[in-house]
Design a protein around this ligand. Structure first.
Ligand code: HEC
Length: 268
């Protein structure tokens, strides 16, 4: 009884917490529904989407958004965009090495106590584009572009929200909204004003696999990539879950058989 009471208290508390968000939902648009390859218990990431999404991140978003929890070698790990069986160790993967080499990483101090810059290596983390938050804010009209390491998890309905946000700049500004300097109207953003300029336009990047780089395609791909970045081990987790289910089913069968066996000689 005590437990039930406690559970009820927690449930009521959770409802109370959820209410302001639900009330505020009227202020900005619900993100549009969208279908993703990784949804459902058997869903997995599409390698092509991951690779194209990384390209969009690298060529567009990384100018302002870092991804500091991720190491460059993660790109070549199992489940990652550039994993191949040929290079089980991502540090040997030439694509990952080439990507790493394009980054400048601050290292040091050297023997004279000075910091220096060197080309990136697979073991490095994705560097932040700014030295610190103050510099990030100064470069973006006071707003700080959030780090992308777990952005999909950090936002409600992350994938749908980010996709809608990226495509949400074409709405007409209502009369009662005052768009300040360095602000843009985007009804998916809580408050409907965002300091990030529109990022996507058709043909902005050139995909190596020949896929047409429409706005919608780039938004889909970059969100797929960011979802992977937030949860790189999702595929392994799902596989593991499936194995556990099979194991539990087999165990249940065995237990049932044992139960029949044990009680078979007992008269009812
Ligand atoms: C020119 C710099 C710049 C670039 C390039 C850029 N952003 Fe942003 N982004 C910002 C700033 C600044 C903010 C913070 C906006 C705010 O708080 O009003 C932001 C915020 C965001 C947010 C968080 C919104 C929220 O709910 O708080 C997402 C998601 C995002 N950007 C996605 C992207 C994606 C995806 C790309 C690449 C396609 C990208 N950004 C490229 C500057 C940039």
């Amino acid at each position: 009884m005590k437990t039930i009471q406690r559970l009820l208290t927690v449930a009521v508390g959770a409802l109370a917490l959820a209410t302001p968000a639900a009330m505020g939902a009227g202020e900005y648009y619900e993100p549009a529904e969208h279908t993703w390859s990784w949804e459902g218990p058997f869903g997995s990431y599409d390698r092509g989407e991951l690779q194209r999404g990384f390209l969009v991140y690298q060529q567009v978003c990384s100018a302002c958004h870092g991804m500091e929890q991720l190491h460059i070698r993660n790109l070549g790990e199992q489940g990652g965009p550039f994993y191949t069986e040929e290079y089980p160790n991502p540090n040997d993967n030439p694509i990952v090495r080439a990507i790493a080499a394009e980054y400048f990483i601050e290292d040091g101090p050297d023997e004279y106590g000075d910091m220096f810059e060197r080309a990136g290596r697979p073991a490095d983390r994705f560097p932040s584009p700014y030295a610190n938050d103050a510099q990030a804010a100064a470069s973006n009209g006071g707003a700080i572009p959030p780090d992308f390491s777990v952005i999909v998890k950090a936002r409600h309905h992350g994938p749908e929200y980010i996709r809608s946000l990226m495509l949400g700049y074409d709405y007409e500004v209502p009369d009662d909204i005052d768009v300040g300097v360095g602000q843009y109207y985007n009804p998916y953003m809580p408050g409907k004003l965002i300091a990030m300029p529109p990022q996507l336009q058709d043909g902005l990047v050139e995909y190596a696999d020949g896929t047409e780089a429409t706005k919608e395609q780039m938004a889909h791909d970059v969100v797929t990539f960011l979802t992977w970045a937030s949860e790189p081990h999702m595929e392994q987790r799902k596989k593991m879950g499936l194995m556990v289910m099979i194991y539990l089913l087999a165990l249940a069968g065995l237990l049932y058989a044992a139960y029949r066996q044990v009680w078979s000689n007992v008269k009812h």
